[in-house]
Ligand binder design. Sequence first.
Ligand SMILES: [Zn+2]
Length: 385
Amino acid sequence: MFENVFGQTGVIKALSTELSSKAAPGSRLFSGPAYSAKLTTALELARIASCLGNGDWTCNCEACKRSKSLVNPDVVIIGRKLIPEEFACGLDLFERQPGLASRYFLCRSIRKILKRFEPELYMNESGKLQNIYQLANPLFEYSETILDESVSKETILKEGKKLIPLFTKLVQAIPKDIPIFLIRAVEAIAHESPWGKHRTIIIEHADHMQEPAMNALLKILEEPPKTISFILTTRNINALLPTVRSRLRTYTFLSRNTLQLSAIYQKIFRLDNHTEPLDQFFNSFSLEYDVNIEIYAEQFVKSIIANEKNFDVTGLKEHITDQASLRLFIEYMLKHAVKIASDTDKSSFSKLQNLISICRENMKKLELFNISPGIILETMLFQVL
Ligand SMILES: [Zn+2]
C-alpha cells in the first residue's frame, strides 16, 4: 500500500495505522504545499477502500484495475486542477521511456481531468458545462488507446500532441470556485449505494469554494453514510471554515527535500541528477495555458487595490518565462481589473484605471517592440507596486 507515494512518511504511517486498526475516519483533510502528493495519496486511499482483495498495490481485483486506470465509479473527484502540464509531461515521459508505467502515467494525467466532468456531476446544471463531457469524448477514447499496448508509440505521441488544445480547454472549463451545484451533485452521489464496496469523494482545493457550497458541504460532512468517505485537499488550510475543519481529521503533507526529489525524478520521471522543485519541472512543460498565471494576475490586481506590498513577486517571475506567458499575465490582469471595476469604490476605481492603462501600454511594448519580457515585467512592477 502507498508504494506510489514518495516521502510523506508521517502521513503514510498514520494512514496505515488507521487502516490496520480499522479506525479510519469518514472524512479527512490533506493539507500541504503544491506537489506534495496529496491527490496521489487520496487516490491510493480510495483504491484501498474499494479493493475487493487485501488492498495490496499489486492486487488485481476488478475494483483495483479500475482504480489504477482511474475509471472506478467509486472514485469521484471535483475541484480545480492546478497542474495542467501533467499531460505534456506524460507525453515526454512516454517518448523517452515507452512502457506500461509511462502509459499509465499518461492515461491518468488525462483521466484526473475527465473525472471532473462525469455526467452525474453535471446532471442538474443547465448551463453550458452540461455538454462538456461530450466535448471530452475524444480525450476519453484517446486515454483508452494509451493503455492498449498494441497501439504504437508513434500513434500515441502524434494523437496526444493533437489533443493538447482540447485538454487545455477542459482544464479551463473547470469552475474556479466549487459552485453549489457540484456539492449538491456530490450529496446525491453520497446517498447512492456505491458501485462496489466503498466510495471515496475527493474535493481538491477545497478552500476554493463559494460560501453556500461550503455550508452545503458542511451538512453532508455531519453524517456521511458508512459506505462513503470524503477527502478534501488544500494548499491553504486557513481559508477553510473552522466548522468544516472541525469535521475532518487533518494530515499535514510536507515540502519535499532534495533527497526525496531526486528519488521522484529517478523513479517516476526516469531522470538522473534532477533535484529542482517539482513546480519548476512541470512548468517546463507549460502549455499555452498556465493556470498559475491567472491566479497571480488576480492576486496582483487585488493587492494593488488593497495597497498590500506582500505580493509574491518571486513566484510570479518564475511563471513569466517568455513572451507568451507575459502576454497571458497582462491579459488576465486586464480581464480581472475590468471585471471588478464596475463595483468598486472611487479610490479603488482610479487605481484600477491606472493599472489598466499601464497594462495596455506594456502590451503595446510587448507586441510592437523587441523588448525582452523580463524587462517589460520589471517595468510594470516598478510602475504599479
Ligand atoms: Zn483490489
